[in-house]
Write a protein that binds this ligand. Structure first.
Ligand code: AMP
Length: 120
């Protein structure tokens, strides 16, 4: 069950601020408060969902498609496509998810190493 008091829900309701890089009808992208790379952006759908699986299961196709297209818009606007980036979504307890609103991490701006070396 979705917890409306999670920190990203509060950011979406503008109850707490964020360092926004992109916003549209379906999504919000902002800088991670504790960056793990020179560029560390979080992307969240405005749709209420705890995990990636809930988003895919419950949101409609337009919402899902536009959210992921906007991930690419942000990648393009950040100018990181050529040098590369990493997308991560942590899901549930085993995935190490801390904030229970589905989000995608965009990490870039430097060589961020091999997957097993990174802890988010
Ligand atoms: P996860 O472990 O995948 O749930 O990641 C949650 C992320 O949210 C972490 O990287 C935190 O640094 C980040 N975070 C938590 N609170 C905020 C906030 N108020 N603004 C921006 N990022 C946040």
């Amino acid at each position: 069950m979705y917890n409306e008091n999670n920190i990203f829900a509060k950011i979406l309701r503008k109850e707490i601020p964020c360092d926004k890089v992109h916003e549209d009808e379906y999504s919000l992208f902002f800088k991670d408060i504790n960056p793990q790379a020179k560029i560390h952006i979080l992307g969240i759908p405005k749709f209420q969902c705890t995990t990636f699986s809930e988003f895919i299961r419950n949101a409609d196709n337009e919402n899902i498609s536009i959210f992921f297209r906007n991930v690419q818009v942000v990648i393009k606007n950040l100018g990181i496509e050529k040098n590369g980036y990493r997308l991560i979504t942590n899901s549930g307890a085993d995935g190490g998810q801390e904030v229970p609103h589905f989000h995608i991490h965009i990490l870039a701006g430097e060589n961020i190493g091999r997957l097993r070396e990174i802890i988010l």
